[in-house]
Every structure is written in C-alpha cells, then in structure tokens.
Design a protein around this ligand. Structure first.
Ligand code: BGC
Length: 769
C-alpha cells in the first residue's frame, strides 16, 4: 500500500512517499493475475500447440534473428506474437527515445525503497511502450564478492539483504507496468574472467575447456547468493536467468540441484518459483541437459533460419526424458505472459537492436519493412526521477568544509577528463568507452544515451546562474596547465573514475573485470596535482565499485569527496544539486571501501593453471563488511557510511524491541516476527535524510558474521524534527541454514544494533527467542 495512486494520496492524506511529485505521475498499477489464474489459461493455450510450436517457445529464434536481444517465434495460427526479451538493468538498450537510468549500484546507494521502485516502474513504462515482453533485469548476481569484478555495478551492493529489498522493489516496478521481470544471474556469477568458454581471453597461454566453477557451500548459497532471489520470487518475478559459470562443477544452467531443488521446489528451503527459467545467452552448451535440469527457455537459440528447428531439438530431447517436461517449459513461459495480461493491448516491438536503419529485413519473418519506428518511450518525469536518484545516491565521503559551496565560490576550476563529454571515438560496442565522464558501465547492462549531461556542462550552467566563472582542463595529464589554472581558485573540482563491464569487451586491457582498484588514467596524480595548487579541492568520483583513495584522502587541501557512482543521463545535473546544496547528500555506501585491495576477502581469479578453472568461495558468508568485521580490519569507509550537511542524533533510550507476534515455530518464514524502533532527530540546521540501519548479531554457536544488515529506513527530517524508524523483522531475518533447513537459534541472545553505518552503532539491545 505504500505506492498509492494520486487519488488516494490526496483523498486520505495518508502516508505517501517522499517522492509524491514523481509517483503521482504514474497511473494505477496493472492488475496482474494470480499464478493459479495464469497457469489455468496457459494450460488451455498450450494444449492447442503442436510439438514444433512448443519447441519454438522453449528456445529463442537465434541471435539477431528477431528484433530484440532474444526472441521467440510467432505462432500465427493462434495469433501469438513473438516474445521480445530485451536488456537491461539501466533501461531499454539498443534503441532510441529511451532513458539511461542510474546503475543498480547508484540506486542501492540511495537506500530509498520508493526510489528503487519508481526507477523500475519508469523502466517498465519504457519497455512496454517499446513492445518489450521481458526486461532482462534486475541484477542481484554478481553480488560483489570480489570488488574488482566487472559487473558488480549492475546490482545494488554487496549485501544480500539490501540487494534483496532492491530486487523485490525492482520486480514490482517492472511488473506493475505488465513487463515480465527477469531476476539474474542465478547464481554465483561473481566475476567475468573464465565465465564462458567461447569468451577465451586474449593473452592467456591456454584456452579453457569449461567455465569457471564457483565452489560454494550450501549454507553460503542459501544465506548469501540465493537470498536476494528469494525476494524477487516472493515479489512475483515472472522469470529468472541462470548464469554462465559453473557452481560446484556443474553448469548453473544444467544443475538440477540449483534449478529444480533450490529454485523451483516447494520442499524445505525451495524458493517455489512459478515463472520460467531462461539460460543466459549461450550459457548452456548442451540444451538437453538444461531442459532436464529445469530450464524452460534456451537463449538465444541457434543461428540460422533452418538451424532453428535443429537447435530446438536438444530441448525436446530433454523433454523426452520426461513426457511432461516440454509442456511444463511452455506452460511456465506462457503463464508469465498471462500473469502480466500481455494478451491485451501489448504494443508491437517497434525497434531493432541490430540496426538503426528505418527499413530493413525481418529475418525471422522473411520480409522487408520498417524495423525502427522511433516510438517515444522516455517521459519527462523519468528525467526528473533519474536526477533525483543520482543525487540521493551520491555519497559524501569526506567534508572538512568544502561543501556545500558557499555563495562566495565565484572562481571555479574543473579538472579531469571525467568531467567532460564522451568522445564517440573512445567507445567500442556495448558502451565500452575509455574517455569522458563515466555514467554507466559497459556490456549488455549498458544503456543507449539519447543525451548525457556531463559535469562540466552542468557546472558551467550553474556558475552562469550564480555569477561564477569556470576554467577547466580536461586532459588528465596536462599537469602544468592544471597547476597554473588551479592557483587562486575559490574551489577546484578534481574528477576521477574507475570503469568496468561485461567480459564481452575489454577497455585498456581490463577484460570486463578491473585489473586493480585504483583510479583510471592516473587519477591519484591528478588529485594530488590539483590539491597542491588549490587549498579547497573537492574530489568527485564516478566508479563502478570500491576505489582506493589512500594517496590523497587525508590531504588537508582535499576539503570534500563525493562518490557519485554511476549516475546515468542526468549526471551533471544531479551533481550540481548536491554541490550547491539544493539536495543534501543522503547516499550511503552499499559496499566497503578498504585501504588496500588485500583488505578484502576476495579477488578476481585472473589465472588458472589448467583447463577447467575453479574458485573456492572459502570465505563463506564473510564477504565485504562481514570479512572486515571478522578480521578486525579497519576500512577507509565502511559499508553503510555516508555524511550529510546536517547531523542526526539517535535516542538510544528510545530503542524498543517488541515481543514476537506469536509462537516462533508457528510463524511463516517470510512473515513479520517482531519490530524494533528508535527515534532520530535532525540536530543540525538544514533539512536532510538519514538512512537508519538495523544489524543483528546471531548467537555465536551459529558461526555467523559479527553483524548482518536486517533492516533499513530512510527518514526525511526538517531541522529539529524527530521521527521514529521502525524496522519490521521477519522470521527469515533471524534464521540461518543448518543441516538442510532454516532454523532460528532458540534460547540464546541475538545482538541488536541500530546504526548510522555498519561501524557507527547508535543504539544497542538484545533479543532472545
Ligand atoms: C549477459 C546477460 C544479458 C544477455 C543478453 C549476456 O551476455 O550476461 O546479462 O541479458 O547477454 O544480452
């Protein structure tokens, strides 16, 4: 009930979110069918199909044979149009008149459930208007085990609880517009290198014969990597994508354990997933094995029109091991389609991912026609939303007085290539750019920019408004010029970035994963050069994930540091909002920033001495802050950390922990078990937002992390105002996986911490069941 229609908000004056000005501009959510209703319709439909037609729905029509990243085929006889599966997590990729939203990692940094939902809702609008049936989003794997892993930025942060909440809100957002969400990549896809046999990396001395195997114990799978998928399934996700690499020596997409037993089963611990499972693109070497393991749709299907049927045969071969398997595959796909009511008023696909020409060949249909009709999908309110998310995700790491800019800051220096526009010539396919400002990462998860407001452009426009003068140097290495121009400025901005993406591309020798955690193009030297000449240096970082800042973080001339993550198309505008204090920063880190790469639990496995690479997840549950806590490592900035232009006081005395809402054993796993609340006051002089965080420490016999995030609430507070943060803790939130089942530790104390970050505890308590 949080996302009320405008009418309800106005009529009842009940609690609507902080973003009513935006949410009011969305219509009522689509009324989805229940799974039971959808299955009944799907069974009737599938009963009318012949075997070949069933096969044509259980596998894609071949890469680039239809307009979208993946496509099924038309079944003309029954008026069933091909289904369009399109990337991706920052908006509809590969077409025009769409938005590029802030990346998952930026969105996770807002810790704002309403913004997370609205971002996905807006993407739902754009996908629907373009005729997309299945959006290949959201991403919850990689979770961020290794900070340098290439695709961590597509997901929401390195904690399963935070990512789980974000996953659920994102699924709801897309599906409230009738677009089938696809929770990906299931599971253990924690780096790019060795993810795919056909993607052998240049410069290695040998070709691998099998993808990397993530060796993960069962408890870690359940409590860490599968956890966010539980939320996606609970939120009604229509599809799940199994991942490229192997888990415990079996391909994820061919693992009966993962797909049948964990994902689909309703037995103990099973996620009881009702939608369809699709493979990642070319993830299944042997489709019949995938079909047997429980995969329902093989993507993208084989290449070539005549090859299409042959490509489907392995799937039907899988079916032959069990007469009902092929039917189940198709029923699950069509049930998701009926659940979203896509049989009524669903737009035709109006674009081609593969060509920007207006007229072209429909390879799958065998005729020439208009392949791009430029339907306007981006809406003005989406730009407002993108700017809001990017500003609210921006994380203030250091501030000794540099920000917000005072009205006396009238001479401004802007330094660093990351402040400027992206030169077309620096970009390869899939948004793999090596220069210009960094607004999203590269790969299938990138976006197609209709426009991008770079920081220099926005700062220049704002400066004109306030009567300030801007001088800039965009060449990162023009140290002499930088020094000359930095001298005497009221404020200097030093821009640095760190890029990564999917293994599809390499940029400056980074094959998807980053080679290290330092700023690109010698950003550390750039910052030190600026700071040497300018006593009021504000550093702005655009980064895919943790970045090392040790070389300059304690430099007294560095008076503020903003981590703007990956902001999407409104980059410069959202930054200016924070710099001049129109928006008080409220983003908090969705990962830990260590002092060295060795501080972290895990690294990308760059080398392997054989043909079937493996990676031991021997750290178990202890990734990111859980590793730092366990090993008493001082981070530079801990998980959950972020400053504000105001101060917040937590009233430790006000901490309340309710009794359980019933007998623990009889409460459902996903149901609320008890509440925790605490009051928080804005004790500073400007309005601001605080993300209050709940961490629980499980009793020690459970061998759990020192603390685990189990709740967060973002409160908007005027100066002097007090509000109560209420955390609803479910039974799942106090459960751990032991000997094949979820258990609550009985008769021993759980530690309760209400905190401003994972290391900044403001109220302590305990609870026992
Ligand atoms: C990626 C997926 C993506 C698919 C289709 C794969 O390479 O791993 O995330 O959805 O391509 O483009």
């Amino acid at each position: 009930m949080r996302y009320l229609t405008p009418w309800l908000c106005l009529a009842t004056l009940v609690l609507c979110g902080d973003h009513d000005d935006i949410s009011n501009q969305f219509g009522a959510a689509r009324q989805l069918r229940t799974w039971d209703e959808a299955y009944a319709l799907a069974k009737t439909f599938v009963a009318k199909l012949n075997t070949l037609e069933k096969i044509s729905l259980s596998s894609g029509s071949g890469i680039s044979f239809g307009p979208c990243s993946g496509n099924t085929q038309d079944i003309d006889r029954l008026g069933f149009r091909e289904m369009c599966f399109q990337d991706g997590p920052v908006g509809v990729r590969g077409t025009d008149k769409v938005s590029v939203f802030p990346a998952g990692i930026t969105t996770g940094s807002t810790w704002d459930k309403e913004l997370i939902y609205l971002r996905s809702r807006a993407m739902g609008v754009e996908n629907r208007l373009k005729g997309v049936n299945v959006a290949l989003a959201p991403v919850a794997g990689g979770l961020g085990r290794a900070p340098a892993a290439g695709r961590n930025w597509e997901a929401f942060g390195s904690d399963p609880y935070l990512t789980g909440v974000a996953n659920a809100e994102s699924v709801k957002g897309l599906q409230d517009e009738g677009v089938i969400a696809c929770a990906k990549h299931f599971v253990g896809n924690e780096q790019e290198r060795y993810r795919l046999v056909i993607e052998n990396i240049p410069n290695l001395d040998r070709e691998i014969l099998a993808s990397l195997s993530s060796q993960i114990d069962e408890r870690t799978l359940r409590e860490l990597y599968e956890w966010p998928f539980v939320d996606a399934v609970e939120a009604g996700a229509g599809s799940v994508m199994c991942s490229y690499q192997r888990v415990n020596n079996e391909y994820s997409c061919e693992s009966t354990t993962l797909i049948r037993d964990h994902l689909k089963s309703n037995a103990s611990g099973g996620l009881n997933f009702k939608g369809f499972v699709m493979t990642d693109w070319f993830a299944s070497a042997i489709p019949s094995l995938a079909a047997r393991a429980g995969v329902d749709v093989i993507m993208p299907g084989d290449i070539g029109a005549t090859g299409t049927v042959a490509a489907f045969l392995p799937a039907s071969d899988g079916a032959s091991t069990n007469g009902t398997r092929l039917d189940e595959m198709v029923i699950r796909l069509v049930a998701s389609w009926y659940k979203m009511r896509q049989e009524t008023d669903w737009p035709d696909v109006s674009f081609s991912t593969w060509s920007s020409d207006d007229i072209g060949v429909f390879l799958d249909r065998g005729y020439i026609g208009q392949i791009n009709s430029h339907v306007q999908a981006a809406q003005p309110v989406h730009a407002t939303l993108i700017r809001r998310i990017a500003a609210e995700g921006t994380t203030l790491l250091k501030n000794t007085g540099g920000l917000p800019l005072p009205s006396t800051a009238l001479s401004i220096g802007v330094f660093g290539n990351d402040a400027g526009p992206i030169p077309e010539s620096s970009c390869g396919t899939f948004g793999a750019c090596s220069a210009g400002t960094l607004a999203v990462g590269w790969g299938s998860g990138t976006g197609t920019f209709e426009y991008l407001i770079d920081p220099l452009q926005a700062i220049t426009a704002k400066a004109a408004e306030v009567g300030a003068v801007v001088e800039s140097v965009l060449d990162d290495y023009a140290y002499t010029e930088i020094q000359e121009k930095a001298v005497g400025k009221d404020v200097c901005f030093a821009f640095v970035n760190s890029r990564s993406g999917e293994g599809t591309n390499s940029v400056e020798g980074n094959y998807g994963d980053r080679n290290n955690l330092t700023a690109w193009r010698d950003g550390d030297t750039l910052v030190k050069t600026v700071a040497a000449s300018c006593s009021n240096t504000v550093v702005v970082i655009h980064s895919v994930g943790p970045i090392l800042v040790e070389e300059w973080i304690e430099n007294p001339n560095v008076t503020a540091v903003l981590l703007a993550h990956l902001p999407g198309q409104e980059s410069g505008n959202s930054l200016v909002d924070v710099l001049w204090g129109d928006v008080n920063p409220s983003g908090k880190l969705p990962y830990t920033m260590g002092k060295t790469e060795d501080d972290y639990c895990c690294k990308v496995q760059y080398d392997w001495d054989g043909f079937q690479p493996e990676q031991e997840f021997s750290e178990g549950l202890f990734i990111d802050y859980k590793w730092f806590d366990k090993n008493n490592i001082d981070p530079r900035f801990e998980f959950g950390y972020g400053l504000s232009y105001t101060n917040f006081t937590y009233d430790a005395e006000s901490l309340r922990i309710t009794e359980p809402f019933g007998e623990v054993d009889s409460i459902d796993f996903m149901a609320p078990l008890f509440n925790i609340s605490v009051s928080i006051t804005n004790s500073g002089s400007v309005a601001g937002k605080e993300v209050a965080q709940l961490y629980l420490g499980y009793p020690s016999p459970t061998n759990s992390p020192v603390r685990q995030l189990r709740g967060f609430e973002k409160l908007s507070l005027q100066p002097g105002e007090t509000k109560t943060a209420v955390f609803v803790v479910t039974k799942r939130d106090v459960s751990y996986w032991d000997s094949g089942e979820w258990k609550v530790a009985r008769g021993a104390e759980y530690g309760v911490e209400v905190s401003a970050s994972s290391r900044d505890v403001r109220a302590h308590g305990t609870v026992t069941f």
